[in-house]
Write a protein that binds this ligand. Structure first.
Ligand code: PBE
Length: 267
């Protein structure tokens, strides 16, 4: 085998995503807390990260990325999370639906629907995989809604359709959030009669938009840890409608052929 350490082989680089993502802050904290002094976190995007991962796996090169679940990459590749004994990436993480103040009064129907909305990582994974395989996000979401009418109908229970109302979501172009936001868009348009705008922005503006009322809601708030900074800053200016998904996770991820098993092994 090679005598170069894993760190040397990957040039002490961790392949990150957009700088506003909570996972970037958590990774910076991990570099600090595990004493990974020569390591660098590389900024990019979700799409650039998965492209780099794909290339590394094709060559069986070592690589370390910032990863999260749900994500299609775990279905497509053989990957593992590096253990995080210091719990820098948190524990019981959830995705929350966050609404602007006054949503209940202004859009009681959407408020009720969004309060009911709760699904699983398997559900989301079906839409993510369809999109990754080349389907248009709205079409993939529509197809999922059409083949999961029991779940969709439960979210719509007691919710009356509207006329001539518009609704705005903010989200970031993370694969998980592309899936969830497109699903809610198609259901609110097809079943409730809303005209829905899904604003794709960076993580900061995603939260700021809801806090200042420019945006009605986001279904992309990862709590309690990943978006803790945003939550602390905006908690008095938004309403938390609760978890729309439980059991989600973030961390450092490697192909299973990489020999490290724990973040501690990177030292
Ligand atoms: N993520 C996906 C986001 C939340 C959703 C884990 C990349 C983040 O780190 O903020």
């Amino acid at each position: 085998g090679s005598t170069a350490s894993l760190g040397e082989q990957v040039k002490h680089e961790i392949i990150g995503i957009d700088p506003g993502a909570g996972i970037m802050k958590a990774t910076a904290a991990a570099i600090e807390e595990y004493g990974l002094t020569d390591w660098k976190l590389i900024e990019g995007s979700g799409a650039a990260m998965t492209a780099t991962l794909n290339k590394a796996i094709k060559n069986e090169d070592p690589i370390i990325i910032t990863g999260w679940t749900p994500h299609w990459m775990f279905a497509k590749y053989d990957l593992k999370y590096l253990e995080d004994p210091k719990k820098v990436f948190g524990e019981a993480e959830e995705i929350h639906t966050i609404a602007r103040l006054g949503l209940k009064e202004d859009h009681p129907e959407a408020y009720k629907f969004l309060s009911n909305f709760k699904w699983t990582s398997d559900d989301m994974g079906q839409i993510m995989t369809a999109i990754q395989e080349g389907q248009d996000p709205e079409a993939a979401a529509k197809e999922w809604a059409d083949s999961n009418t029991e779940k969709v109908d439960a979210w719509l229970e007691g919710v009356q359709p509207v006329e001539g109302k518009t609704f705005k979501f903010s989200y970031v172009a993370w694969d998980s959030e592309i899936a969830s936001t497109n699903l809610l868009k198609v259901i609110m348009e097809d079943k409730l009669g809303y005209k829905v705008e899904a604003l794709q922005v960076e993580a900061g503006p995603m939260w700021t938009g809801v806090a200042n009322g420019d945006v009605d809601a986001t279904v992309a708030a990862w709590l309690p840890l990943t978006h803790a900074d945003y939550w602390d800053k905006f908690k008095d200016k938004v309403e938390d409608l609760g978890a729309n998904m439980e059991g989600v996770k973030t961390g450092l991820v490697v192909p299973s052929y990489v020999e490290a098993n724990s973040i501690e092994d990177l030292k």
